[in-house]
Ligand binder design. Structure first.
Ligand code: SF4
Length: 141
């Protein structure tokens, strides 16, 4: 799976400073497992953006949504349920998801909320039982 971490809030606020309607879009895939960009993290980020915009003297409607996966076309069309409600998507998916949506929706402003850090594999229980090292294996990307 992909492991990621959230960008500094100031960086995200700078990206969306001129936006009036913002959709913070969670991914229920890998970034949910690593607690970086699932629904809970998107809700927290949405609140932080609201507060940060207010603190910076700006106003914006910020709401949250999620897709099963942002790297799978089968699920990306579900964005249409929010059509007209945003002028920016702040994606909490990994870089794969952000780029996939940006390519599919060239007219939309899609911003990455996370820095993608690793690919990680956790051995199966059977492997661990056979003394294969139980530590997570990571691959820098
Ligand atoms: S978009 Fe990224 S984080 Fe989401 S399921 Fe796909 S690879 Fe995992």
């Amino acid at each position: 799976m992909i492991v990621a971490e959230r960008k500094p809030l100031a960086e995200i606020l700078e990206m969306v400073k001129d936006c009036k309607k913002i959709l913070v879009l969670a991914c229920r895939g890998c970034v949910t497992v690593c607690s970086a960009g699932g629904e809970r993290e998107a809700e927290i980020l949405g609140s932080l953006i609201r507060l940060g915009m207010k603190k910076n003297g700006r106003t914006a409607e910020v709401f949250e949504g999620s897709l099963v996966r942002q790297c799978d076309r089968e699920y990306v069309d579900a964005i249409d349920q929010w059509k007209g409600q945003y002028d920016a998507i702040v994606s909490t998916a990994c870089g794969v998801g952000v780029n996939f949506i940006a390519n599919l929706r060239p007219a939309d402003n899609v911003f990455p909320a996370l820095n993608t850090t690793f690919l990680a594999v956790r051995p199966s229980r059977a492997s661990r039982a056979n003394s294969v090292p139980a530590a997570v294996t990571v691959f820098s990307i």
